[in-house]
Each structure stands twice: as structure tokens, then as C-alpha cells.
Design a protein around this ligand. Sequence first.
Ligand SMILES: [Zn+2]
Length: 64
Amino acid sequence: MSGRKTHDEAASLAAGHAAGYCWMPRPGGGGRCTRRPGHDDDHVDFYNGRQSITDVEGYRWRQR
Ligand SMILES: [Zn+2]
């Protein structure tokens, strides 16, 4: 993984920030952080990666 951002990625990040999300892509894909920008602690995707309908949050991963 090079970590470079494509134009589409930059545009997506801008859209996510405009919506009030951190929007950090999950390593390995499948989700993005939906906490507020600049948050502390782990990144969390509240919409993707939930194991059941009753789960409060889905994917969670650590900030670098
Ligand atoms: Zn985040």
C-alpha cells in the first residue's frame, strides 16, 4: 500500500468532512469512520460491519 490519495479519494474525504464525519477509510476496506472529524480514540464505522441489527457500532480500528 502506497498510501497516496487519488483525486476521487480526496473528493470523497471532502464530502465526508462536509457531512461531519472523520471519514478515514478502514484498513482493508469495507467501511469508513463515521465519528466526528478530529475525534480521539479509535475510528469507528457505525453503519458498516455490524454483526446484527441491534449492534450499536460496526468496524472499529485504531488511529495511528
Ligand atoms: Zn475516525
